[in-house]
Design a protein. Structure first.
Length: 371
């Protein structure tokens, strides 16, 4: 990966006129409503369902009445579309439903109303399901769930996917079961919204973070990167991971031990002194005996994916930049200007985009994944 693959945000880009567009039930609200909006924010994560929040002035000084808390305009269940960015260049951030209203009646100052909600995945938590999957891979299981949920799912379809002879979904929401399966095979899962056009649609994507090779942006501390706070910890790091199971057909134990050299994630890399860090944890081991496996190939895959998950927790960081709607969970950033150990490739696991009195800012949480 080279730095030229990333876009430096401080070259030829306009950050002077932050803007947002809000639609309720597919239509923009009136200009009087837009003028009452004090702030909008959007949060996404590879672990949780994406959410939004709109804070609106709830007090009419002329009539001395509350403006919105008693109206049905922002009732729970109403469909919301939120786009954010800069004048002339907005990106759809979320399409979802209002789930919460929080009016504020302070001792001093005017009343406000906070309207919040979740993206389309929230709709799929309406009924728990029980299903049995026979001789299927995770991608084939995702296809079955796609047909039930009526949403496009972009699954990995990797050549090395194990085939499960018998797998049970026991009284779980389809979307929760899908997220659990994605994490077990080492994939992050997130919603990719359409671009707002009539032909675009929402897609649920599986992404293995180590397979994302092109960073969205190159951020340099002191230029485009407002602040950056990394943390390196080896408290949970190990030198190997062993998965143990039992083959009921051949009546023998199944065991596989994954070593650090099998990992795609290389921590802080050669420049950051990764070899010395690995020596400090090589005597530590983790043994997994509680997750069922049916073959040595499945045990190997599970051991490596568990090990990858542990390795990805070694360096985590938070940062903030001028508002950039293209920085989302599931993207990769190239961070520069913070020294050899902490400069490099980072995978974004959550973001918060906010437009308010101070303009448009993007805060993100990421983890170091040098390849």
């Amino acid at each position: 990966m080279t730095e030229t693959a990333a876009i430096p945000i401080y070259e030829g880009q306009d950050f002077y006129v932050p803007a947002f567009e809000l639609k309720l039930a597919g239509r923009p609200p009136g200009q009087d409503v837009v003028r009452d909006i004090l702030s909008v924010s959007y949060k996404d994560s590879v672990q949780d369902i994406d959410s939004f929040e709109i804070t609106i002035n709830n007090w009419d000084a002329a009539t001395r009445q509350f403006k919105y808390s008693d109206l049905t305009l922002f009732d729970p269940g109403e469909r919301v579309e939120l786009a954010m960015g800069y004048r002339g260049a907005l990106r759809t951030m979320i399409k979802g439903d209002i789930t919460s209203l929080r009016p504020s009646f302070p001792a001093g100052g005017g009343s406000t109303l906070a309207v919040s909600g979740l993206n389309v995945l929230h709709r799929f938590r309406n009924q728990q399901e029980s299903h049995t999957y026979v001789n299927k891979t995770d991608s084939q299981i995702a296809q079955e769930i796609q047909d039930r949920l009526k949403i496009q799912i972009k699954a990995p379809n990797a050549s090395d996917e194990p085939v499960f002879k018998f797998l049970i979904q026991d009284n779980k929401y389809d979307v929760i079961f899908l997220m659990e399966r994605a994490r077990r095979i080492g994939y992050d899962i997130f919603v990719k919204e359409g671009d707002g056009s009539a032909s675009s649609e929402t897609v649920l994507e599986y992404v293995r973070s180590t397979n994302v090779h092109h960073p969205t942006y190159r951020l340099t501390y002191g230029k485009s990167l407002i602040e950056f706070s990394p943390e390196l910890t080896t408290a949970s790091q190990v030198g190997q991971v062993t998965v143990r199971g039992w083959d009921n057909v051949q009546k023998k134990a199944i065991t596989y031990t994954a070593k650090r050299e099998e990992l795609a994630t290389k921590g802080v890399g050669t420049r950051g002194g990764q070899s010395k860090i690995e020596k400090s944890v090589e005597h530590k081991a983790e043994i997994i005996a509680t997750k069922p496996v049916e073959s040595e190939a499945e045990a190997r895959k599970l051991a490596i994916e568990i090990f990858e998950g542990i390795a990805k927790e070694m360096v985590k960081a938070t940062g903030s930049v001028p508002g950039l709607p293209d920085i989302r969970s599931g993207t990769v950033l190239q961070i520069d200007g913070v020294g050899d150990r902490f400069s490099g490739r980072y995978f974004v696991i959550s973001t918060t985009h906010a437009i308010g009195d101070s303009g448009y800012t993007t805060q993100f949480e990421c983890r170091r994944e040098e390849l």
